[in-house]
Design a protein around this ligand. Structure first.
Ligand code: FES
Ligand code: MG
Length: 561
């Protein structure tokens, strides 16, 4: 009998009878004693009609099962929550912690010696790694892989950086309704995750850097043979993990998180990656602090030339050798002794990955896309707990900027006024949006990418400084200050900014300052105190009571270690 079937045995005083019942029920599905006497590999299956990013999950599942059986294990798949960015109201982030709880508890509840987690779309991989970290059963992540790029009138397009670019053209009346509908057909050319360096691709890369997936697992597109082979290998490695009992806490160490942050910075990765890594680390009692992120950022150049910071798409990164090419370039900056799921260290895997070759997607360190890491951490009286900016995707001219605030109180206010021709706004103003933080919206929606007011867009304005307590899609670009902490909905200084106030952004000195005196801010707070939102029942009540700020990963306080 494998350890797996005995795990977590509820005996109610008679463990022999309990095991007897377990076997009786599982034998109802036709399993033999021989099959059950093997390492049991759970496989979290997140296939869902609502999740085209996981549209290849059935093929991956088949390949994982094959890999498990070839290695002498017994595969047992089970469903878990599946979250797609576009079909998760009010926001996918609102559901990430719920999925992490589902994942953690089902790993714990069901007999398994190791688990394969099939994820891909933005919130799913972090949710699974958070759950796996807390359950601490040997685990391995398998991402679904990126979608293919499409073609619009001969121009290569992919979700979702080009979604935004074309929509901005449509808003500026540069293209018509017929053309935008043609573009819509091409942006998502196959199943799989967004084809640029958005959050899904970012999490795929940092998961490999963390050591939680097999080497080479980050980059193969969803519909390729390479992706299926990664799935088969993942199944085989899971059986090895079941035997070695190499648990997530031995892989996801403080050094592994530093490697992951290095990679996040070097790929020009999604700002969401910072929140997710903070949340995963928090499950293991590791504090990722923003000061350290900024310090790493100052010495880690952006090397991967992918949209939105650069030019290419994930399939090009794969053709260029994927993570092995990048890790070889970053080698002097990495902790090479960090353990991986294969039982070999990152350094040993890198050694085994062979030689590099000539390619033009991953730059060398002396010819970076951007000399510093993609993300800079800002502080100041507007964000005492920190804020971040994706400097690699920002307009260089706006990174040192002072301007007049044009304030929107919340998303409804923004929708009502942003395109009003009467709005008092100029290109050099700073757009401020409140109440889109963790508790504000709730769930910290990706609304930090405020649209350029229509009248300015028509006049050719492409970028403005924008500030909020929300997030931004990893596929977006612009001079956008995000994750302002503490958020306005709980009375952070952002709550008290008024239109006409002056704000100064200096990426060079890493500061974001509201040029209003502390006395005046205190008087405003006294005159209009903020009441934090609550809910009468259900998940929303739990969420609003327990969610932490961005600097703690937007996890629930009771789930952190
Ligand atoms: Fe799923 Fe972009 S919407 S990865
Ligand atoms: Mg996204």
């Amino acid at each position: 009998m494998s350890d797996g079937l005995k795990k977590g045995l509820t005996s109610y005083g008679d463990s022999g009878f309990s095991l007897f019942l377990r076997k009786a029920f599982i034998k109802g599905a036709g399993y033999s004693d021989d099959a059950l006497d093997r390492p049991i590999i759970g496989i979290a299956n997140t296939a869902s009609s609502y999740n085209p990013c996981h549209g290849n999950a059935p093929q991956l599942l088949e390949a994982v099962r094959r890999g498990v059986m070839l290695a002498g294990g017994l595969p047992m798949d089970f469903p878990s929550i599946s979250i797609h960015e576009s079909f998760s109201a009010p926001t996918s982030m609102y559901l990430r912690n719920l999925m992490s709880i589902d994942t953690e508890e089902m790993i714990r509840a069901q007999p398994m010696d190791a688990v394969v987690l099939i994820g891909g779309c933005d919130k799913t991989v972090p949710a699974q790694l958070m759950g796996a970290a807390s359950a601490n059963v040997p685990a391995i992540e398998l991402v679904t892989g990126s979608m293919l790029t499409g073609s619009h009138r001969g121009e290569r397009v992919g979700a979702c950086t080009d979604c935004r670019r074309f929509w901005a053209k449509y808003r500026a009346e540069e293209i018509d309704a017929a053309e935008i509908s043609g573009v819509n057909q091409q942006l998502v050319a196959s199943v799989g995750t967004c084809s640029v360096m958005g959050t899904a691709s970012t999490m795929a890369c940092v998961t490999e850097a963390l050591g939680m997936s097999v080497p080479g697992a980050a980059s193969p597109p969803a519909v390729t043979a390479d992706r299926i082979r990664v799935a088969e290998r993942t199944g085989a490695v899971a059986v090895q993990l079941a035997k070695s009992k190499l648990t997530p806490d031995k892989i996801m160490t403080a050094n592994a998180f530093e490697n992951a942050l290095r990679v996040l910075l070097a790929i020009g990765g999604s700002t969401n990656g910072v929140i997710h890594l903070t949340a995963i680390a928090g499950r293991l009692g590791i504090d990722l602090d923003l000061a350290r992120l900024d310090a790493l950022g100052r010495e880690t150049p952006v090397l991967v030339d992918l949209k939105p910071s650069g030019l290419h798409y994930m399939e090009d990164f794969h053709a260029a050798g994927g993570m092995a090419t990048l890790l070889r370039e970053l080698k002097p900056l990495l902790h090479l002794d960090a353990m991986t799921v294969t039982g070999r260290t990152l350094g040993e895997e890198l050694e085994a990955s062979g030689e590099g070759f000539k390619q033009d997607v991953v730059r060398s360190r002396d010819k970076p896309i951007f000399a510093q890491g993609g993300i800079a951490v800002l502080r100041g009286n507007l964000a005492p707990g920190g804020a971040i900016i994706k400097q690699s995707a920002a307009d260089a001219k706006l990174m040192e900027h002072e301007g007049r605030a044009v304030v929107f109180e919340n998303l409804e206010d923004l929708a009502k006024r942003i395109d009003d021709d009467a709005l008092d706004v100029k290109a050099e103003d700073i757009l401020v949006l409140k109440n889109i933080g963790p508790r504000g919206a709730p769930g910290m929606p990706e609304a930090g990418y405020l649209p350029i007011p229509r009248k300015l867009a028509r006049a050719g304005v492409k970028d403005m400084v924008r500030i909020s307590d929300g997030r931004m899609s990893g596929t977006a670009a612009g001079t956008i200050v995000l994750h302002v902490t503490p958020e306005s909905a709980i009375g952070g200084p952002l709550a008290y900014v008024k239109s006409g106030d002056r704000i100064r952004l200096s990426v060079k000195s890493r500061s974001i300052e509201l040029l209003v005196s502390a006395e005046e801010l205190a008087a405003r707070a006294k005159a209009n105190p903020v009441t934090a939102p609550v809910a009468p029942r259900g998940y929303r009540k739990l969420f609003l009571q327990s969610v932490t700020q961005a600097d703690k990963g937007v996890d629930f306080d009771f789930l952190r270690k």
